[in-house]
Design a protein. Structure first.
Length: 693
């Protein structure tokens, strides 16, 4: 999160004179008379927040007479629904006044940790900037610690963008207006099959029952309503889940789907435009998901945001990008009962699903930040076919000012966001050699860093998904660094595995009851190839399995550097570890995009207590141009023993000196989660790590 004035000059330089302000979302609270009318995004917020919120004097009014415990029990989304683009800086504009001058914690666009939303006793109009870390473009406010009143007059989210060339949209549906029945007897079946697609499905509780006592989707009913033929779902009374207090319901008891004619429409990175008209027999908020080709076959929790039905016809319009987590999506599901369990009739008509038309093939855009060369995606150079190979050259020979140091290669061209969402990434270390062929995979926003700035010829064999880089002229390739092993001697006194753990069938405990992590200094992307080295032994022989984590304890993938077989004698461990594809943009805890940053050692594969020792650590890129850990000190080594939390290893240099007894207003664990003052372990406060014991 950055302040606006620190970015203004940079953005102006990058975007040029053609930059314009784009309004992504806006809410003027003077348009509403009741809190129920406000189109809050996502899941809206907690009950304790809405018990304190109302519309008064044309403002969103908050009143609280006591703090909640914990304070984040009172939280809500005041604005959002933005189809955010990773790496783009968004600006929140606000006008606010309070009875008490106090900051309120807030989080936006996948950022951690929380920033502060300033509230003073005078009306203030201001801005706060967010650099999007994922596609979730919502602002979350946590206000349980505020005692008093505040008012917000308006909120707006904008970003600066350059002028892009106009795009063409291709209509994808054939019966979006519901004027034609699914099986018209006046049309020959072979013509229907050729030209006709069922684009709308419905599900109603208790109808179309299956052998599992559930009910299945069916081609949506078409009825005449208000003089027009429209799609109809007669939603039935929804169930409350077992143990619920009656406020929650099974939101998917009644559903509606818009289905694309083929899977290419919702390919990851594609941009699509959706329009439809809608109303219901009573006001109801619905949420949307991505599903597979078979309706009810869930893919991803977020599609086109919430849709707020009223008893009057409305128009829905939006442009959306298919997120990484929606691989193999084919349809958009509307869960028709997320906030009520009444019998409600839902009406939808004039569905238009369009796909952005783009140039297809292979295209390369290049940059060199040191020379001021920025990416120009509109004019990305196409690869040309030469003897069955696809070839492109970036930079111009004899002109050092054109030398480039990184490239992005995409399968589409014609829109900046589409270009960046459809990139490819080499697997392994790039070498300047005709023989150095690398495999490549698909990815989003992949910037390929070259071994040196220069003029490069890039050759691709699409049939085999291989790529090669040859430098025609330029700077000397980066030489490997002198990387010395970190000598820290880590000792973990692992306790006996908890075989009475009631959560496990048979009471077997968990292999991760005791753990150790090597924590890199930065997140790693899938395909980066690294070398891991260390010495190791234990008091009794034992196997330790390893996993890929983000921050320690934040699991991503079951595989890492393989099993480590400890013995009573010192051994040398060395392996080449390529970050797996599951660790680049994987949807992990909380639905946020995660990249690998630590290797976890599960030290309770055996039942017995054991003492594990490791030292002389190296974790570096395969080409030796970067050490991923510090070469001295213990800050890259995290330990957890049975019943405890991950803590930085105490190497005898006085780790207790950084224990913080200060009560902080914003404290998080290593997973970026807000924690209370009683939390024990490693915490992050004001950007610094502390051990709280």
């Amino acid at each position: 999160m950055r302040k606006f004035f620190t970015l203004f000059a940079l953005l102006t330089c990058f975007l040029g004179a053609s930059a314009k302000e784009v309004v992504d979302a806006e809410v003027d609270f003077s348009k509403y008379t009741d809190i129920s009318e406000v189109p809050f995004p996502s899941w809206r917020g907690s009950e304790s927040a809405f018990a304190r919120l109302s519309i008064q004097d044309g403002c969103l009014h908050f009143h609280s007479e006591e703090a909640t415990d914990p304070t984040w029990d009172c939280q809500f989304f005041p604005i959002g629904g933005v189809d955010a683009e990773v790496g783009i800086v968004y600006t929140l504009h606000f006008k606010i006044k309070g009875s008490v001058a106090q900051n309120v914690s807030m989080l936006g666009f996948g950022q951690t940790p929380y920033d502060q939303f300033p509230i003073t006793t005078d009306w203030v109009e201001g801005t706060v900037d967010y650099e999007a870390a994922n596609n979730d473009g919502n602002i979350l406010m946590q206000c349980g610690g505020y005692i008093g009143d505040w008012d917000i007059a308006y909120l707006k989210i904008t970003h600066e963008a350059k002028e892009e060339r106009p795009v063409e949209w291709l209509e994808q549906l054939t019966n979006g207006d519901a004027e034609q029945d699914w099986a018209d007897p006046n049309i020959r079946w072979n013509d229907q099959e050729k030209n006709f697609t069922i684009c709308a499905w419905g599900k109603e509780k208790g109808r179309n029952m299956n052998e599992n006592d559930g009910w299945d989707p069916f081609p949506c009913d078409i009825e005449t309503v208000d003089g027009n033929r429209v799609f109809v779902v007669h939603g039935q009374v929804a169930d409350s889940p077992a143990g619920a207090d009656g406020a929650d319901v099974s939101s998917w008891d009644n559903q509606f789907w818009i289905q694309a004619p083929n899977s290419k429409v919702f390919k990851v990175g594609n941009q699509f435009k959706l329009h439809f008209r809608y109303k219901a027999s009573e006001a109801a908020t619905t949420n949307t998901q991505f599903h597979h080709q078979n309706p009810s076959d869930y893919v991803h929790w977020q599609a086109v945001g919430d849709v707020n039905f009223t008893t009057e016809w409305q128009d829905f319009d939006g442009v959306f990008t298919v997120p990484d987590a929606a691989t193999d999506a084919w349809s958009i599901a509307f869960n028709l009962n997320p906030q009520n369990k009444n019998a409600v009739n839902f009406y939808i008509d004039d569905i238009s699903l369009s796909l952005m038309k783009l140039d297809e093939g292979l295209f390369v855009a290049s940059s060199n930040p040191e020379k001021g060369i920025e990416y120009d995606f509109d004019n990305a150079a196409p690869f040309t076919s030469e003897d069955g190979l696809m070839v492109a050259t970036v930079g111009t020979q004899g002109k050092p000012n054109t030398w480039v140091s990184e490239v992005m290669i995409s399968t589409v061209r014609g829109n900046d966001r589409a270009f960046k969402s459809s990139t490819i990434k080499p697997v392994g270390t790039i070498e300047n050699s005709p023989e150095a062929w690398l495999d490549y995979t698909e990815g989003s926003n992949v910037k390929i860093k070259l071994p040196a700035a220069g003029v490069w010829t890039i050759t691709i064999v699409p049939d085999y998904k291989q790529i090669n880089f040859i430098k025609l002229e330029g700077e000397e390739d980066k030489a490997p660094l002198e990387i010395n092993p970190n000598p820290t001697h880590v000792t973990i006194n692992a306790l006996e595995r908890d075989f009475t753990n009631a959560e496990q069938e048979g009471g077997t405990g968990q292999a991760w009851d005791n753990q150790f992590w090597i924590l890199a200094n930065r997140p790693l992307s899938a395909g980066e190839t690294t070398i891991v080295q260390f010495k190791y032994k234990s008091a009794i022989p034992a196997k330790a399995s390893t996993q890929s984590h983000e921050q320690p304890g934040n699991y991503i993938h079951w595989a890492a550097i393989g099993d480590v077989n400890f013995t009573e004698e010192w051994q040398d461990f060395e392996t080449t570890f390529t970050v797996p594809s599951e660790c680049d943009g994987t949807m992990a805890d909380g639905g946020f995009l995660k990249n690998l940053q630590s290797i976890a050692f599960n030290l309770s594969e055996i039942k017995d207590a054991n003492t594990y020792e490791l030292k002389d650590f190296v974790w570096k890129l395969e080409d030796g141009t970067e050490s991923l850990i510090n070469q001295t000190g213990a800050q890259n080594f995290i330990v957890k023993v049975l019943g405890g939390t991950p803590e930085m290893f105490d190497d005898g240099t006085g780790i207790s000196n950084v224990v913080s007894n200060k009560v902080a207003t914003e404290t998080y664990n290593l997973s970026g989660q807000r924690v209370s003052k009683d939390y024990k372990g490693i915490v992050v406060t004001n950007g610094k790590k502390y051990i709280v014991k």
